[in-house]
Design a protein around this ligand. Structure first.
Ligand SMILES: Cc1cc2nc3c(=O)[nH]c(=O)nc-3n(C[C@H](O)[C@H](O)[C@H](O)COP(=O)(O)O)c2cc1C
Length: 385
């Protein structure tokens, strides 16, 4: 294909896959697309291990790394420690999370008080809190640039100047995720090389506008600024959708949810089972996980946060410090077959999961996209004879 994305990264098929799983990243790159490793939870040491592994397993094909440096979060730039943040969490939030677990026979007693929850709050949320800080993100990026990374992507705001400069200095493209036309304009003004235009259907953090509206809207809005390539994201789980959105102005796609049930993915067996049986209505867009809107698989955990008795979610990163410790207990219990925990377990996922009803490999997923894309193209072509 002759998409600007194929030219930019020297790939066969303009499909990028965001994944926290290095196996998925390598498999997608080998299949002719390009994998992008989500590194928000990675320490520099862990990233070094994963990128070395990818280098050894991707047959020299290109790959990218994704970080998360939000423009806005509670206490940004104030030098707050994890303990300072912990003291800002109200008792009502600690008790509410423990109550949800206990309503499903999962012991949540360590989650109730400031003192009791110290261990679990430090271990399960510190990684994320750390990853948000820009000096830490810089160290992570230095590791990425020491490998043949071809793309650095940033979510939740305009990449800081130093990141754009690091990209230029290392001849690595810098992409930004956007969920709004206004954000897209700010990003092209700042000089990003590539936009990931992500609609409300997508898993993880998302805005409120659908992919089908947002992609052509952004394409028109950035026209005066040049030809910055666009990857469409959010709800895209088939090659027909990819063909459709590329007729609306996208130069390729960026997918995450469709890879979550793949055989290589990091998701647990319980989550994989829930994902392949989920319909497009089984997700919820809520602030309850991180304090910013993100789309997740509905479960009794997410239902409880939507109920009228739920406390108002706290701003990022405080809400993450509320939810992650509880969800890590749930995950561990679900892994050993606890029925209540299996019901509670959730994962970030988008509405496109309703179109995925089997677990195949990541490479097969890319192949399936290619075949569906060609079929969609031929169907449209047949309208003209
Ligand atoms: C499990 C999961 C975790 C995600 N984490 C991040 C992240 O750390 N950084 C990021 O830029 N995007 C993240 N996203 C969003 C994806 O990059 C992408 O924009 C979105 O998932 C696309 O929609 P789709 O899920 O319908 O394919 C995540 C998505 C999922 C499903």
């Amino acid at each position: 294909m002759k998409s600007p994305i194929c030219e930019m990264f020297d790939i066969e098929f303009p499909m990028l896959a965001f994944s926290h799983c290095r196996d998925v990243v390598a498999a997608v790159s080998k299949a002719g697309g390009m994998g992008v490793l989500g590194a928000v939870g990675h320490s520099p040491e862990q990233l070094e291990i994963d990128l070395k592994w990818i280098d050894e397993h991707c047959d020299g094909k290109p790959y990218g790394v994704d970080v998360l440096i939000p423009n806005k979060y509670e206490g940004k730039g104030q030098g707050l420690t994890n303990d300072d943040y912990r003291k800002m969490i109200p008792e009502a939030h600690r008790n509410f999370r423990a109550d949800i677990l206990e309503q499903h026979d999962v012991d949540g007693s360590v989650l109730r008080s400031l003192d009791d929850s110290e261990g679990i709050e430090n271990s399960s949320s510190a990684a994320l809190g750390r990853g948000l800080k820009s000096d830490y993100a810089k160290r992570v990026l230095e590791v990425a640039f020491a490998h043949p990374t071809k793309l650095i992507a940033n979510a939740l705001g305009v990449p800081p100047d130093w990141m754009l400069q690091m990209g230029k200095d290392n001849n690595v493209k810098v992409a930004a995720l956007v969920g709004k036309k206004e954000h897209a304009i700010k990003q092209v003004e700042a000089g990003v090389d590539l936009l990931v235009v992500s609609g409300t259907e997508g898993g993880g953090h998302c805005g409120s506008v659908s992919t089908m509206v947002l992609v052509p809207e952004v394409r028109r809005a950035i026209k005066p600024y040049g030809n910055t390539p666009i990857l469409a994201a959010g709800g895209i789980a088939t090659g027909e959708q990819m063909a459709g959105i590329m007729t609306m102005g996208a130069d390729g796609v960026w997918c995450a949810s469709v890879f979550l049930p793949t055989l290589e993915a990091e998701t647990s067996e319980n989550i994989k089972e829930k994902l392949v049986s989920a319909s497009s209505s089984d997700t919820v867009r809520s602030k309850s996980r991180t304090g910013k809107h993100s789309r997740q698989l509905s479960s009794p955990w997410t239902d409880a946060w939507e109920s009228k008795d739920a406390p108002e979610p706290l701003p990022m990163p405080l809400q993450t410090m509320v939810s992650e410790p509880a969800l890590s207990i749930v995950k561990d219990k679900a892994a050993i077959g606890h029925e209540g925990a299996k019901k509670l377990e959730t994962y970030w996922v988008g509405q496109g999961i309703g179109l995925v009803n089997e677990s195949i490999t990541a490479g097969q997923t890319v192949q399936k996209f290619k075949e569906e894309f060609i079929e969609a193209y031929e169907n449209i072509n047949n309208l003209f004879d």
